[in-house]
Design a protein around this ligand. Structure first.
Ligand code: PXP
Length: 236
């Protein structure tokens, strides 16, 4: 199974001080150097983390696969076609949310979806849609012209009881098998971390997982020791 690393929160940290560091592009290159198969960023309407210049620099720097998560808006369609990431992932976006909440409501947007995706299909930019692990959503993603679905694992990640976790995992596994049987590529993401990722190794239909917060949070804690030592070496 491949790993795609979402570097949005490197930009969140940088933006907290309005300065240049930490640089999300440098982080992306480090993640690639360590074996990440792709870099994911979400250019949100409010540009709260990744900004337009970051996206342009990521396009220049990323050599594995750039996955642009985006809302289905005319503005993002234009930006994506100009930037030419290898992959776009359509996500729902609410201004007030802390992070993406739930999958894209394909049934609601279906009338305009196929037309929206056409230019990407024509330009050879792969299209993924972030959906709930449900048959109907998978069918509609396929009909609309998606190449791939990203199954939302947020609910799985929130569950506490063993039987509930097992049920969610079963739903995800069945959705992955079904999507693959239709010829869609299958990835998964949201809320995955060092403690809950292991069962995904047993779902071979899921080719890749997309992980952001857990990796960036871990990087802060594992890197802090060296950062403090380095400063002490300088001042003492
Ligand atoms: N996949 C999608 C579609 C997302 O919107 C996000 C969050 O930006 C992720 C994966 C990564 O989620 P997390 O930060 O919880 O690992």
């Amino acid at each position: 199974m491949r790993l795609a690393v979402n570097i949005d929160h490197i930009a969140t940290l940088r933006n907290a001080r309005g300065e240049q560091e930490p640089d999300p592009v440098a982080a992306a290159l480090l993640a690639e150097k360590c074996g990440a198969a792709g870099i994911v960023c979400h250019l949100r309407e409010d540009r709260r983390h990744i900004k337009d210049l970051d996206l342009a620099r990521l396009r220049l720097g990323v050599t594995t696969k750039l996955d642009l998560e985006m809302a289905m808006t005319a503005e993002l369609q234009q930006i994506a076609l100009k930037t030419r990431p290898e992959l776009i992932t359509l996500v729902p976006e609410k201004r007030e949310e802390l992070t993406t909440e739930g999958g894209f409501d394909i049934a609601r947007h279906y009338d305009v979806l196929a037309a929206y995706l056409k230019p990407f299909n024509a330009e050879g930019i792969e299209v993924s849609i972030f959906i709930e692990p449900e048959k109907k959503a998978i069918d509609l993603a396929k009909q609309a012209g998606a190449d791939m679905v990203e199954l939302h694992t947020g609910l799985y990640a929130q569950k506490q009881l063993d039987e509930e976790i097992a049920l969610e995992l079963k739903r995800i596994r069945e959705a992955a098998v079904y999507a693959k049987s239709l010829g869609l590529k299958v990835v998964a993401g949201h809320g995955l971390n060092y403690l809950n990722i292991a069962p995904f190794r047993n779902i071979p239909e899921i080719e890749e997982v997309s992980i952001g917060h857990a990796i960036i949070a871990r990087a802060v804690m594992t890197g802090l020791e060296e950062a403090v030592r380095e400063m002490l070496r300088i001042i003492q």
